[in-house]
Design a protein around this ligand. Structure first.
Ligand SMILES: Nc1ncnc2c1ncn2[C@@H]1O[C@H](COP(=O)(O)OP(=O)(O)OP(=O)(O)O)[C@@H](O)[C@H]1O
Ligand SMILES: [Mg+2]
Length: 375
């Protein structure tokens, strides 16, 4: 950038004289008042250096330079004063509004040398800024890299958690198929379908791992929530999850269409139901109840999925943290504390909300709401 200089002075003769003196070495733009100076500064800038007379009607020189400072903090500001108004000059310097104060009439050599200093100062400040920016960029990149590593760690743990859930479904289904084969029966079609779905989940998680921090882009898929709930419950029943539990299911007769990928919906149900069945530890079988219900509300065009258990309940201080990653009250071989964070993420990414009501000793109710699609 050339050596552009803005001079502001309300006395036309002085302004003219200064312009004439300086325009041999600098590219000078002049203005006769603070407001005009600000207009020129905004419209014709940037200006590395600005000089302003102190006493001007309307906007004073210090006020004008204060505005310039806000607009362009790097611009070097010089105050010219026709008299020795020391107090005002000192406070302008001390408050950092100006770089130099000059008393008029200033000898041309002094003025030129101060201006050279000012341009040098500006150039160095800009160099510092460029250096600082590249340093900042470097630090930002490093932070991004670290965050990515942390995300990868969380993702890997999350995938491991889901793989563990899937392994249970896989093993129990395989046992059933083995039982059939040993009894010289062909494997049942629904067992094979279930293995297919497990395979589908595995492939999905493998893709997620390969893409690491990027979420796999599975577009929204419309499903009938009632049907997915019924089929998932059927699948889980055979894993023995509800062996000692009274399971009640309340589903509507008509399809309830929502836009949530089926695989994610199954993940939500699996996690909520595993938590519910874990909550019966130490509770007699006859007192163990789970209710799963789906209620469409056609007026508000939302549907509600509820998983209610009569288990141990959650104390108020824990209710605040159960959705945080790695919060668990279970022993290390039973829980990682990633189930509910995954559930919450899936629900919210699909434009839903989840809430929980619970009382220690009196069971818990997890409620999810999603927008309904047209019937
Ligand atoms: N239905 C429930 N009844 C009582 N406590 C629950 C229930 N659901 C969740 N919690 C509490 O919330 C904690 C966090 O649940 P979350 O599903 O995130 O992790 P986890 O079940 O401990 O482990 P993971 O699901 O990773 O195997 C649980 O450890 C438990 O203390
Ligand atoms: Mg869990």
């Amino acid at each position: 950038m050339g050596k552009r200089l803005l001079i502001v002075d309300d006395e036309p003769l002085i302004l003219h004289g200064l312009t004439r003196t300086l325009q041999t070495q600098f590219e000078v733009v002049s203005a006769q008042s603070g407001p005009e100076g600000l207009d020129r500064f905004s419209q014709e800038g940037p200006f590395p250096v600005v000089i302003s007379e102190m006493r001007m009607p309307g906007m004073s020189g210090t006020d004008f330079l204060g505005h310039v400072r806000k607009l362009a903090p790097d611009t070097v500001r010089i105050l010219l004063s026709g008299n020795l108004d020391l107090e005002a000059m000192l406070s302008a310097v001390n408050e950092g509004t100006v770089f130099r104060v000059l008393v008029k009439p200033a000898a041309p050599e002094l003025l030129t040398s101060i201006l050279q200093d000012a341009f040098d100062h500006y150039r160095l400040a800009m160099q510092d800024r460029v250096l600082l920016q590249s340093k900042l960029e470097e630090v930002r990149n490093q932070t991004y890299h670290l965050e990515r590593l942390a995300t990868m760690g969380t993702l890997a743990a999350g995938v491991g958690h889901e793989l563990n859930n899937l392994a249970q479904v896989f093993q129990s289904t395989l046992q059933l198929i083995k039982g059939d084969v040993e009894a010289d029966q062909p494997p049942r079609a629904d067992h094979l379908r279930r293995l297919e779905r497990v395979g589908d989940h595995l492939a999905h998680h493998a893709t997620a791992l390969l893409r690491l921090a990027r979420k796999p882009s599975e577009g929204p898929i419309e499903v009938d929530l009632a049907l997915v709930v019924a089929e998932t419950l059927e699948m889980l029943k055979e894993t023995g999850m509800f062996k000692r539990i009274n399971l009640n299911v309340c589903l509507p007769q008509t399809p309830v269409r929502i836009r949530v990928p089926r695989r994610e919906l199954e993940q939500v149900l699996l996690n909520l139901l595993r938590n519910a069945s874990d909550a019966f530890y130490g509770i007699p079988d006859c007192a163990a109840h789970i209710l799963v219900s789906v209620e469409p509300d056609w007026k508000t065009r939302r549907m509600r999925l509820t998983v209610k258990d009569s288990g141990c309940g959650i104390p108020p201080d824990q209710l605040e943290v159960i959705f945080q990653p790695y919060f668990t009250t279970k022993p290390p071989d039973r829980g990682t504390g990633l189930g509910l964070p995954v559930v919450k993420q899936i629900v919210e990414e699909n434009h839903g909300c989840i809430r929980v009501e619970s009382q220690a000793g009196h069971g818990s109710t997890f409620c999810i709401e999603w927008p309904l699609l047209e019937a």
